[in-house]
Design a protein around this ligand. Sequence first.
Ligand code: GLU
Length: 293
Amino acid sequence: MTRPIFRFAPSPNGRLHLGHAYSALVNQDLAEAVDGRMLLRIEDIDTARCLPEFERGLMEDLAWLGLAWEEPVRRQSDHFDDYRAALERLIAEDIIYPAFMSRSEMRAHVAESESAGMPWPRDPDGAPLYPDIDRNLPALQRKARMEAGEPFSWRLDMQAALAAVSGRALDWQELGSGPDGETGCIEADPARWGDIVLARKDTPASYALCVTVDDAIQGVTHVVRGRDLFHATSVQRLLQELIGLPAPVYTHHDLIVGPDGRKLSKSAGDTALAALRAAGMTPRDIRRMVGLG
Ligand code: GLU
């Protein structure tokens, strides 16, 4: 029988804190409980913010914590070709389009509409959905602007994508829970995210595309991560169906919050594992602090 495969997938854009420790340890505990394999994946697609010293730091912190992972470690920045291949497939299926609006043009467009009293639709993270202007561009205009070298991102035509998978089950098995206690078989609702970006001129692949492709390439069967990514799963399920990839089961776990009740950030100095270690804490203390006794 093949063994279940778990992964912990941090981004090296800062030092790891207690929230990461919790997620890594929950992954490891669940993997051990079912004799699963444990992978580490470095999500460094944002090459401007991800730094080699943070990657070294996170490996050091995780090893200190007692996390054991298989080698070689997959680093996303080494695999742009894999993401490009997935993107090409979606281009060929004509369900993604070049989006020319810059962030500031988009902000202005949304502000203008809202100042006229029209609330602009937002995604589950609160970001405004992409306007439909570029999606509706005549093909000739689209081609001319691309040929003229105008910068653009690739965005998913959400309606076309949903039509392409219509009739197929778009759900996932949730072994943890969502923000409203959702658990069990969850119906994915990717439409809430609108025309998501899949590649930008400065980042050749988005988080959603990379994570979907990587989980499949690495044969991940169990995705265990923070509840803040619960709604993002809807998009990943849609991409899996569009590209023809298997769906893992998902466990979204509690988030470790700071004294102010807010999610920890990478700049949360005193909850950084390196700072806690320097202050004399042991890995066992960390386990206790995150409630894993
Ligand atoms: N790289 C993501 C993060 O650090 C995690 C992605 C995932 O687990 O799917 O938040």
